[in-house]
Design a protein. Structure first.
Length: 176
């Protein structure tokens, strides 16, 4: 995703017909979906939630893009780490050990460049509850952080646009 594309998406979100609160809420729900453990179903989850709650799909989709190819491993690692802190399994885990175990798990499930889901599930099963709890906890925290930040940004943008329009109108009046 290039900067121009990110800027264009941000402008689309800022120019939505919804109120700033509804747009920020849609974005925050998208962030929660980004952290949800339903990998592979995030886009479908976005469309279903946008339809069910009658929220803007563009804002929600933008929020869900917090989880992308560049952030997936840090999100998975922090999700597992938080989950293992909240629902411990065995020895205490550090973030480094969780990331190492996660990479090893993926490498083991990928035999000769072929993904083997049953092997992955067998190794992942003991961590499943911790993973779901960690994903839910981080999703809630990040959504609660995203909502006021996005709301502030949208309101600030709208206020700037109002000022620019007023300035342009006053300059136009002076020319007459």
């Amino acid at each position: 995703m290039t900067w121009s594309r990110i800027k264009r998406t941000a402008q689309q979100i800022l120019h939505l017909g919804d109120s700033p609160r509804r747009t920020a809420l849609a974005f925050a729900i998208g962030v929660f979906i980004a952290f949800s453990p339903t990998y592979g179903l995030h886009t479908i989850s976005v469309f279903l939630c946008a339809w069910a709650f009658r929220l803007n799909v563009v804002a929600m989709l933008a929020g869900s893009l917090v989880n992308n190819p560049w952030t997936v491993l840090p999100i998975l690692g922090s999700t597992m780490w938080v989950g293992l802190k909240l629902v411990p399994i065995g020895d205490p885990h550090t973030l480094d050990s969780v990331l190492h175990d996660l990479v090893t798990l993926i490498q083991t499930a990928t035999v000769r460049n072929h993904f083997n889901a049953p092997i992955l599930w067998q190794q992942f099963k003991p961590y499943f509850i911790s993973f779901v709890v960690g994903a839910t906890a981080l999703g809630i925290v990040c959504s609660l952080i995203a909502y006021p930040l996005v709301l502030f940004g949208i309101r600030r943008y709208h206020e700037t646009q109002r000022r620019l329009k007023a300035l342009a109108a006053s300059l136009q009046d002076e020319r007459k």
